[in-house]
Design a protein around this ligand. Structure first.
Ligand SMILES: Cc1ncc(COP(=O)(O)O)c(C=O)c1O
Length: 467
């Protein structure tokens, strides 16, 4: 049977020594959180059999990991993943000299401070109430419903649940509608934390491919029809990380198949309005058939606001409200008041976000042209990031080399349910152009070193430790 590590390793290929490449791969899985510290690794014999390699190779890879502090061998209980005492910090945007591109999000919108001040007046009359807001303030639900109506989807405020961000919305949806042990479709690549949430609630992930050109519609539809998953989690608008948007006809087809086999479509619209120059605007997914929609203010206004929502049928809303108290007792009322204020100028917020993304996209394109001229900038009409094709399975190695140069960039497999996608990297378009330029210069240095066959500093260090 395939081990969890074997699945996570996915397709990998050794450019140098096999043991070294295997150790690198495991180290990356650990550094970006796909293997947890303390997790037991398969026995040498089992992993060797699973990967079709010799036991000596796996033993050598474990030795390399152990020498560098990434594994611990405990006599009688096998090998466990570990972190060396001194590891590179996981920083915020720029911490000391580290640039962190693991996050694709913008700083707060300019009106955020003023909206917060105005929200205090809105809060005053609510202070006499208990303040638990399980479904959300009626006025905010009405604003959110009105926005759906403007986008072409009739919506009643009773169909809305206000949440503390989109991830929290997903947690509520999964608590109410998820089914432990059943399959769930996810795009490949997809938003990594959503995959984690699906896994944590016991779903078996069925990946379906997406590229900047769009979905493999036949694959998606066949997977739903044949596997009858409990859920399918889709990011149909400005998909994170590819930026693709699913055409309306395809939405209708997916919705019809999902309805016919009883699959609940969970469509994450966190990026839906981040249009730079798409040239057309689809209606929300639920205009084409039953779907639970998730939305958020994080990318329009500020991630620190923690306001999101769910739009669903009344029946699903009732189910979600009945499980919500076991998770939390409602979203912060002051935050909701701020969100109401922000809704007064939604167009202003959106045009600001779009302007920033346009500038961010130009900075990524410039950075690629200057520092990684062999890597083409994909067409990205909107969304948070550019999903670039490196032309070969080098993303993990590039990520490690970038780390050595003070740049944190998640490798492509971080966005995959099965450990593939090592030829891709996600570069956020959300940062200030100066920061992006500095990040791209570091990425370029890592790229050149990689191409020149230089091995990462970590490798040289632990080579020294084991020779
Ligand atoms: C598709 C998608 N869903 C959810 C989130 C997280 O949203 P929130 O901050 O509202 O939890 C993100 C953030 O990048 C995202 O890209």
């Amino acid at each position: 049977m395939a081990s969890r590590l074997g699945t996570q390793l996915g397709e990998w290929q050794a450019t140098g020594g096999v043991a070294q490449a295997l150790a690198d791969r495991i180290r990356m899985l650990l550094l970006d959180g796909r293997i947890t510290v303390g997790e037991r690794l398969p026995s040498e014999r089992a992993l060797a059999a699973e990967l079709g390699r010799s036991r000596a190779t796996v033993a050598r890879a474990y030795e390399l990991l152990e020498a560098a502090g990434y594994a611990e061998r405990v006599h009688g209980s096998g090998t466990r993943a570990a972190l060396p005492a001194q590891r590179l910090p996981r920083a915020a945007a720029v911490d000391g000299d580290v640039i962190d591109l693991t996050i694709a999000s913008v700083g707060s919108a300019p009106g955020m401070h003023a909206a917060t001040v105005r929200a205090l007046d809105r809060l005053a009359p609510l202070l006499g109430t208990p303040g638990y807001s399980l479904q959300g303030l009626p006025e905010l639900r009405e604003r959110i419903a009105a926005r759906y109506r403007e986008r072409g989807l009739p919506t009643d405020p009773e169909q809305i649940i206000v949440t503390s961000g989109a991830m929290h919305a997903l947690a509520i949806v999964l608590a109410a509608l998820g089914e432990r042990g059943r399959p769930a479709v996810v795009e490949q690549p997809t938003f990594a934390h959503a995959m984690e949430a699906l896994r944590r609630t016991g779903h078996r992930l069925l990946p379906t491919p997406v590229t900047p050109e769009g979905w493999d519609s036949a694959h998606l539809v066949d997977t739903i029809r044949q596997q009858r998953p409990a859920l399918a989690y889709l990011v149909a608008d400005f998909h994170n990380p590819t930026g693709a948007t699913m055409p309306e006809l395809e939405r209708a087809r997916v919705a019809a198949v999902a309805r016919s086999v009883g699959t609940v479509l969970v469509v994450d619209e966190t990026c839906a309005e981040l249009d730079i120059d798409r040239g057309w605007t689809p209606r929300p997914f639920a205009a084409h058939g039953p779907a639970v929609l998730i939305g958020s203010m994080s990318k329009i206004a500020w991630g620190g606001l923690r306001i999101g929502w769910i739009r669903a049928s009344r029946e699903h809303v009732d189910r979600m409200l009945s499980v919500r108290p076991s998770l939390d007792l409602g979203t912060a009322v002051l935050e909701q008041c701020i969100a109401i204020e922000l809704h007064d100028d939604m167009e202003g917020l959106l045009s600001h976000a779009r302007r920033r993304l346009r500038i961010g996209r130009a900075a990524v394109a410039d950075g690629l042209a200057t520092h990684l001229p062999e890597v083409a900038m994909p067409a990205v009409p909107g969304g948070l990031a550019a999903w670039v094709d490196l032309g070969g399975p080098w993303s993990t190695s590039l990520s490690l080399a970038a780390r050595d140069r003070g740049l944190l960039l998640p490798p492509g497999p971080r966005f995959s349910a099965s450990g593939v996608l090592d030829r891709y990297a996600r570069i956020p378009m959300t940062w200030e152009p100066e920061l992006t330029a500095a990040a791209m210069a570091r990425l370029g240095a890592a790229w050149r070193a990689l191409r020149a066959g230089e091995r990462s500093r970590h490798e040289r260090l632990h080579d020294a430790a084991v020779v």
